[in-house]
Design a protein around this ligand. Structure first.
Ligand SMILES: N[C@@H](CCC(=O)N[C@@H](CS)C(=O)NCC(=O)O)C(=O)O
Length: 212
């Protein structure tokens, strides 16, 4: 397998965690986002969406981190990243989607670049945008975990799931933008427990070979 990845990309980090949890070896192909390598012709030939991650397996290219992780879960079922019971699966998918569909799309590179270049916001304005949507999104995730009462060491009890693969990279991004994380004790408790596991620790941005 080949993983097209960038060390700071939280969507790539989700997939790196899943691969590590499943003990799957892969060849990393580094795509430098600040240098806009993802928008070049060579990478567009791999992923016409011009986004990382992309995973090459069995002669095909898979895109979209949640689809990739579910594919890995279906092709390499141990350890499972989605629970069996439909209600548990829905809870885990909802937590994953709060991050992947509500928080991340508002704060990814092309959105921040458009705020800066296209709409002329200064750095303070861009940071205010970032922190606003992080605060909204993480508060929503915190309420989800508290209201459901199913979190343990991880999002779902003491079993690592897809939700944790999404939660941890988003916290890394929030820390990078110096967001206040004190209002989300349940989320941060899960983050702390995940980071004790090698699969989360060794795949973190600073530990990747392309880290600047
Ligand atoms: N929904 C996509 C998001 C992919 C995405 O936005 N990746 C970011 C890096 S985390 C990217 O490639 N950004 C490039 C850009 O915004 O131009 C997924 O889950 O894979």
């Amino acid at each position: 397998m080949k993983l097209y990845t960038y060390f700071r990309s939280s969507a790539s980090y989700r997939v790196r965690i899943a691969l590590a949890l499943k003990g799957l070896a892969y060849e990393p192909v580094f795509v430098n986002l600040p240098k806009a390598e993802h928008r070049g012709e060579a990478y567009r030939a791999v992923n016409p969406q011009a986004l990382v991650p992309a995973l090459e397996d069995a002669g095909r290219v898979l895109t979209q981190s949640l689809a990739i992780i579910e594919y890995l879960d279906e092709t390499h079922p141990e350890p499972p990243l989605l629970p069996r019971a439909p209600l548990d699966r829905a809870y885990v998918r909802a937590a994953a989607q709060i991050v992947a569909c509500e928080i991340h799309p508002l704060n990814n590179l092309r959105v921040l670049q458009h705020l800066r270049g296209g709409l002329g916001l200064d750095e303070a304005g861009v940071n205010a945008w970032y922190r606003h949507w992080i605060a909204e999104g993480l508060a929503s995730l915190e309420r989800h975990l508290v209201a459901e009462g199913r979190a343990g060491r991880y999002t779902l009890g003491d079993v690592v799931t897809l939700a944790d693969c999404c939660l941890v990279p988003q916290i890394f991004n929030a820390k990078r933008f110096e967001c206040d994380l004190a209002p989300y004790p349940t989320v941060m408790g899960v983050f702390g427990e995940c980071m004790k596991l090698a699969a989360f620790d060794l795949t973190q941005p600073a530990k990747q070979a392309d880290a600047a």
